[in-house]
Design a protein around this ligand. Structure first.
Ligand code: SOE
Length: 396
């Protein structure tokens, strides 16, 4: 619990849809469970429609509203700008906020292109020299089981990493009648499943292994190229209305990759895996042991210790709810479990702590740029068909 005498950090949040709501609860909740060096003050929520932003501010706990994000940057009572808008606005808002001397938290993927992400990373480096901090929201890093996985790799419990298997599986547009949304438009979202969810597993696997991807060979597919225009927006997919719109992003992306330490890897990102709602599956095999994680059972990390005698060895389900596990001590007694929203709360804790210590938080905009380079390589590889080896058709 943050004592009331801590200095306040005025927060301005831009955007109030799904991610805006997730970030709002994190700003509200963090000081009630963690002793933060600064007390977040939910000062102002920005959105384009005055009525809708006023309704959202009341529901999500914000003191005031603005209908132009530029006004948020002009306010002396705002010390941090949290960017929860579609990707096509990230670069403009984040760079302007950093130049206005505001700390910035920006949703993932950092930008819609490598050029934008480079400009953001440069602005972040300039700002850091003035003590202004920035972070990109790869929130799943803050799931306790993921923190434990990274710890086990860093302690050498897996030995040399040989295989990484990563998949992010959703199904919210598997139905061709599901309507259009900004996430299906390239000029707004940058890419589809690749940037929206593939970016998370790229970041997570690099975070867990401490290695970076050095090359990819990719395939991308858009299964449903036209969808009904929306009549109303929902948190992901709204209700269908009149007329049709073009889907201009990938529905699925799969790629082979290599890590800097020599490991070979497979990645899959799709919104067409019927029955999989938010399945983030990561498996890492090393010379001494293996790890397996599935977000749909997010309080568990599976660990195989290859140094144990064969007659007793086997995958062990570690229930990651002990006070010794990352972030858990602030929450519930062992076994009571955490959920999706806690990652966002932990993100606020780490960001506020870094700001107060005058340190650069992670993942930085430079980390976001590096992920952007991976996404870009995947798109270029898929477009080039460069290592695609066709198999000759034959009569049955
Ligand atoms: C939609 O696919 C989405 O909301 C992503 O944009 C988020 O980053 C992920 O946390 C959940 O799914």
């Amino acid at each position: 619990m943050t004592p009331p005498d801590r200095p306040t950090l005025g927060v301005g949040l831009i955007g109030h849809a799904f991610m805006g709501a997730a970030h709002s609860q994190a700003w509200r909740t963090a000081p009630h469970f963690f002793d933060l060096p600064l007390r977040p003050d939910l000062r102002v929520l920005a959105g384009r429609d005055a009525d809708r932003v006023a309704e959202a501010a009341g529901r999500l706990g914000w003191a005031e509203t603005e209908t132009d994000w530029r006004r948020v940057l002009e306010r002396a009572d705002v010390g941090l700008v949290d960017v929860c808008t579609p990707g096509d606005t990230h670069a403009e808002i984040a760079i302007a906020a950093l130049e206005a001397g505001k700390h910035v938290l920006c949703e993932k993927p950092l930008a819609n292109s490598v050029a934008e992400a480079e400009a953001m990373a440069e602005a972040a480096a300039r700002a850091a020299a003035r003590g202004v901090r920035s972070m990109v929201g790869f929130t799943y890093r803050r799931v306790p089981a993921i923190g434990l996985a990274r710890r086990l790799v860093a302690e050498g419990r897996l030995g040399r990493i040989r295989h990484v298997r990563a998949a992010y599986l959703q199904d919210w547009i598997a139905d061709p009648a599901a309507p259009m949304s900004w996430r299906l438009e390239k000029d707004k979202a940058g890419s589809g499943a690749l940037g929206d969810i593939g970016a998370h597993v790229v970041d997570l696997t690099q975070y867990i292994t401490g290695e970076t991807l050095t090359g990819v060979s990719a395939l991308m597919e858009t299964f449903v190229k036209e969808r009904p225009l929306p009549a109303s927006a929902g948190s992901l997919s709204g209700t269908a209305g009149e007329g049709m719109g073009q889907v201009t992003v990938d529905d699925a992306a799969v790629f082979l990759a290599r890590f800097s330490g020599g490991a070979v890897a497979t990645f899959e990102a799709t919104r067409f895996a019927l029955g999989r709602k938010n399945g983030i599956r990561i498996e890492v095999n090393g010379s001494e042991g293996s790890l397996a994680f599935d977000f749909e059972d997010m309080n568990v990390l599976e660990f195989f210790d290859g140094t144990e005698p064969a007659e007793r060895a086997g995958f062990r389900r570690i229930i990651v709810t002990e006070p010794e596990h990352p972030y858990v001590a602030a929450w519930w007694p062992a076994g009571h479990g955490l959920g999706y929203e806690h990652g966002f709360t932990h993100q606020v804790v780490d960001l506020v702590t870094a700001i107060a210590k005058d340190e650069d938080p992670a993942p930085s905009f430079a980390d976001g740029l590096q992920v952007q380079r991976v996404l870009d390589a995947v798109e270029r590889s898929a477009a080039a068909d460069s290592v695609w080896t066709p198999i000759a058709a034959q009569d049955p």
